[in-house]
Design a protein around this ligand. Structure first.
Ligand SMILES: O=C(CO)[C@@H](O)[C@H](O)COP(=O)(O)O
Ligand SMILES: [Fe+2]
Length: 230
């Protein structure tokens, strides 16, 4: 199934390769490779060296990449504070913005600001944060991003402890009566993809298991295969 066909199906499992694991010296070629390989979205990890102990790239890089691909820009902000930078990411071409429930005390305000900019809001949640922490903002989001590693780095080991949280969040999301996608981010490979989709996730964010393989189409097929088999 092509990227546009699967992305328009509300029941489809979507694959969002994380550019963090790409070759930063050839980002436009790397983007082209995942677009041709059938990726649904591209996941863009923004790190500030404060909310997480690493730096990646910011709005200027995202803006420069925007004309290079038709893929949906799924931006994961690992920054605190968030609010002063939202306009910048909107202007850069973000179509989704995930901000962390742990990033500040005014999560409602931040999510409302994302929506007001015409961007789909997502709430990201760290492994040590209980599912209930995002109950008060579920009516404001289109997506939940469950961190299945502690954020800050690619290539980490999947935390199985998050599977119960995915189940709980799937129930909470369904109870809203609105379609809310649940993404999983960190250590996702064909095996862990299956565990996550079985628990209720429907977006697979994957860096190493896509960009670490020379054949990106085969890598994305394997992720979808793992998910379907669950
Ligand atoms: O947000 C993050 C890390 O903080 C992720 O999006 C990683 O980029 C996923 O990388 P892999 O675990 O798939 O290598
Ligand atoms: Fe991410």
């Amino acid at each position: 199934m092509s990227n546009t066909e699967s992305a328009s199906d509300p029941n489809a499992i979507l694959v969002a390769p994380s550019l963090l694991a790409a070759d930063f010296g050839r980002l436009d070629e790397e983007l082209a490779s995942i677009e041709a390989a059938g990726a649904d979205w591209v996941h863009l990890d923004v790190m500030d060296g404060h909310f997480v102990p690493n730096l990646s790239f910011g709005a200027p890089v995202i803006k420069a990449l925007r004309p290079r691909t038709k893929l949906v820009f799924d931006v994961h902000l690992m920054i605190a504070p968030v609010d002063p930078f939202l306009d910048m990411f909107a202007e850069a071409g973000a179509e989704h913005i995930h901000l962390h429930v742990e990033a500040g005390p005014n999560t409602h305000r931040s999510l409302q600001a994302v929506r007001a900019l015409g961007i789909k809001p997502g709430i990201a949640i760290n492994p040590a944060t209980p599912a209930e922490m995002i109950a008060p903002v579920l009516d404001l989001v289109d997506m939940i991003l469950v961190m299945t590693v502690n954020p800050g780095f690619g290539g980490q080991k999947f935390l199985r402890s998050q599977l119960n949280k995915i189940r709980t969040l799937r129930r909470m999301a369904d109870e809203t009566g609105r379609p809310i996608r649940i993404g999983v981010d960190g250590g996702i490979d064909p095996e862990t993809a299956g565990l996550c989709t079985e628990a209720g996730a429907d977006v697979l964010v994957a860096g190493t298991s896509v960009f670490g393989l020379p054949d990106r189409a085969a890598a994305i097929r394997s992720l979808r295969g793992g998910a379907v088999a669950a």
